[in-house]
Design a protein around this ligand. Structure first.
Ligand code: CA
Length: 256
């Protein structure tokens, strides 16, 4: 791998100074440096050196920047300190359980998509991993191409939450902290009002039917009353401004 002037071997640098971002230093497979904004950074937490090397090489060949942590503690630290577009996390690590690493990331609101690597046939591992906040799993032995395909799917799915703040006209919504402001002034919403607004913000410009909102808001087993949607919409208009949500009679709603 060719490195830009002033940069040193990536993995060595990473271990020596984990707080520094590497993106600017890493060159692509063809020797062209990736512009920082186009760099996709993957964190690989895997203690098996042979598997780690195979996965790193394969993913770098796909154009990703891969940063490898060979232990749970190192993975936890990197995932906490650095920004990644996705992580691949082995659940069987020598120093701490992979699932514990994941729990701690999620507790710290590290929301990158996480693909867990599990032992074949261990359904309890998969369930535990998914419950701890993993987005998908893959069983070993695994092919690099399959892992790369799963990562792409995960990153596509998470693109909507890539931006920490959603903006529409003068409304700002932070799905992570659950805060809303209009023209810079904070607005208090109830949990259900927030969920509705968040749903609109993720689909701004699109017409959303009452049925779609109901399906999004209520679990299947709960009683569903379309009138409650009207009430929530009216309350949101009162709090955010009358024209924020437009009604298209008989069809649904959209952000104004
Ligand atoms: Ca392992």
């Amino acid at each position: 791998m060719k490195l830009a002037k002033g940069c040193i071997e990536a993995e060595y640098w990473l271990y020596a100074a984990p707080h520094h971002s590497l993106s600017a230093c890493i060159a692509g497979p063809a020797g062209f440096p990736y512009p920082r904004e186009r760099t996709i950074r993957i964190l690989l937490v895997e203690d098996d050196p042979e598997l780690a090397r195979r996965l790193s090489d394969g993913l770098r060949g796909e154009g990703y920047v891969v940063e490898h942590a060979a232990s749970g503690k190192m993975g936890l630290g990197l995932g906490r300190e650095e920004d990644f577009d996705a992580a691949i996390l082995d659940l069987g690590l020598p120093d701490m359980q992979g699932v514990e690493v994941l729990r701690q990331w999620r507790k710290l609101h590290r929301e990158m998509p996480v693909l867990i690597l599990t032992a074949r046939g261990s359904w309890t591992e998969k369930v535990e991993g998914l419950n701890a906040g993993a987005d998908d799993y893959i069983t070993k032995p695994s092919h690099v191409q399959e892992i790369a395909a799963r990562l792409r799917a995960l990153m596509r799915r998470s693109a909507g939450r890539g931006s920490p703040v959603l903006v529409h006209n003068d409304i700002e919504v932070s799905p992570v902290s659950g805060t809303v402001s209009v023209a810079g002034k904070p607005v208090d919403l109830t949990a259900q009002e927030f969920r509705i607004l968040n749903y609109f913000m993720h689909r701004h410009g699109r017409l959303i039917s009452q049925n779609e909102l109901i399906e999004h808001l209520y679990p299947l087993e709960e009683e569903r009353d379309p009138n409650t949607i009207e009430v929530y919409i009216a309350r949101l208009r009162k709090k955010l401004g009358r024209d924020v949500i437009k009604t298209q009679r008989g069809l649904g709603y959209r952000l104004g």
